[in-house]
Write a protein that binds this ligand. Structure first.
Ligand code: ZN
Length: 112
């Protein structure tokens, strides 16, 4: 027995490490994406992107449960690699469990 109570949502038999509130995560991510799109200053934009990446790493189960959303984030990271020359490889690897493709491959895969 000894039913474990989740420290995040107080449900029993629930693991706080993988627990997330979908509404909260979605709202927070929309807020991040809006700020990132509206930020004109490159360094500030990068800080926001890094904050969003650590947020995602803290809510990694959400990323894995929402394939469409995780593709949006993956493409965004690839876009930053090309457009801003930010290769956030460590974040990419932690979130998507694979290495970031080279800029050449990213460009080739972009069907413009
Ligand atoms: Zn929970």
């Amino acid at each position: 027995m000894g039913s474990h109570v989740c420290s995040k949502c107080q449900r029993s038999g629930h693991n706080a490490r993988t627990c997330y509130n979908k509404r909260e995560v979605v709202d927070k991510l929309k807020e991040f994406l809006g700020k990132i799109n509206n930020e004109a200053h490159s360094e500030n934009k990068k800080i926001l992107v890094l904050e969003m990446m650590s947020f995602l790493q803290r809510n990694i189960r959400f990323v894995h449960d929402h394939e469409h959303f995780s593709n949006v984030v993956r493409k965004k990271l690839e876009e930053f690699a090309i457009v801003n020359n930010w290769r956030l490889e460590e974040h990419y690897k932690k979130i998507f469990k694979k290495s970031m493709p080279s800029n050449e491959i990213i460009l080739k895969n972009r069907q413009l």
